[in-house]
Design a protein around this ligand. Structure first.
Ligand SMILES: [Zn+2]
Ligand SMILES: [Zn+2]
Length: 309
């Protein structure tokens, strides 16, 4: 059987788009990290300085994607005959794990601050830093998320949520600074805001990890997708029945292998033509399929009992 691949965007296009949006995200993060750190340091806001550190950790995941994408967009080779897309899954899990660690660290630090009663009144300029961060990161999130969905890249979508959690984490920071500016005796609210932020971050980490974990554990495609695949196969002329449809995700696409029963009296050439037609139709009309393997069997009048024969 010939090897044939089809994704809505070519690997080259995905690579180019991913690098462009990731580079934009990196630039914004570097800018915000520097601005927030300087404002936080000279404006005496430990919350804003913590937020600056958050931007730096965001930056590390941007850099993984930026340098990683060229590896997983590489075409299949001798060592990786199914392609390298699963690297993207690994990177997604690394991002999710680091996000969860950041969330736990922020929460821990905030609780520690409340217990120790370490509070200081920030300068008004720090509020500008927090507001600037919210606006910039929300803009980056929307842009990145839309592009990630368009090119169907879990890593870019994961990274966009990183930007959103960064924007979210700046909201309690802004409120805390605002309250601390109005009433210095309420400066501890800063730490309560940080605990809320840490919960957001941990939640985001789990939602990012979920699809990647489904992929690593080779969870099948949804019922809808399976039904769609079977319907396409049945519509191909010469197929008597289809069974043992197995699917698994890889990067943004799906690998599928299935058994097709054809008239037992056909010769090898005729059987192969039907198998090729099934594959062609699935790659053309199927839902984001990367590759299809068709196994041909003689049609028998028994119903399939669930075993892969
Ligand atoms: Zn062939
Ligand atoms: Zn079979």
């Amino acid at each position: 059987m010939e090897i044939n691949t089809k994704i809505k965007y070519s690997a080259d296009e995905r690579l180019r788009i991913t690098r462009k949006i990731t580079l934009a995200g990196i630039s914004v993060n570097i800018f915000l990290a520097i601005v927030k750190f300087l404002l936080g340091f000279f404006g005496r806001s430990s919350a804003l300085m913590a937020d600056a550190c958050h931007s730096l950790t965001d930056l590390s995941s941007d850099l993984i994607i930026f340098f990683g994408v060229k590896f997983w967009a590489a075409p299949p080779d001798k060592n990786h005959p199914y392609g390298h897309q699963r690297l993207e899954t690994v990177v997604t899990l690394i991002i999710a794990t680091s996000l969860a660690s950041i969330g736990i660290a922020i929460g821990y630090e905030a609780i520690e601050k409340i217990i120790k009663g370490e509070v200081s009144q920030p300068m008004p300029i720090t509020l500008v830093g927090a507001l600037l961060s919210i606006v910039c990161k929300e803009f980056v999130f929307r842009k990145m998320n839309a592009i990630g969905k368009k090119i169907n890249s879990p890593a870019v979508i994961a990274n966009s949520w990183d930007a959103r959690s960064d924007a979210m984490s700046s909201i309690p920071v802004a409120i805390a600074i605002f309250v601390a500016l109005l009433k210095p005796e309420l400066a501890f609210i800063d730490s309560i805001g940080a605990i809320i932020v840490s919960v957001f971050i941990i939640y985001a980490a789990f939602s990012i990890a979920k699809p990647a974990l489904s992929e690593v554990t080779e969870r099948a495609a949804s019922e809808d997708v399976l039904a769609q695949i079977e319907e396409i196969v049945r519509s191909v002329e010469g197929t008597k029945s289809v069974h043992a449809v197995r699917t698994r995700h890889m990067g943004g696409g799906i690998f599928v292998d299935l058994h097709v029963e054809v008239d037992a009296e056909l010769n090898v050439k005729e059987g192969h033509e039907i198998a090729s037609a099934v594959k062609r139709r699935l790659l053309q009309e199927g839902p984001d399929l990367i590759d299809v393997v068709v196994h041909i069997e003689p049609f028998e009048h028994e119903t399939f009992q669930g075993n892969v024969i």
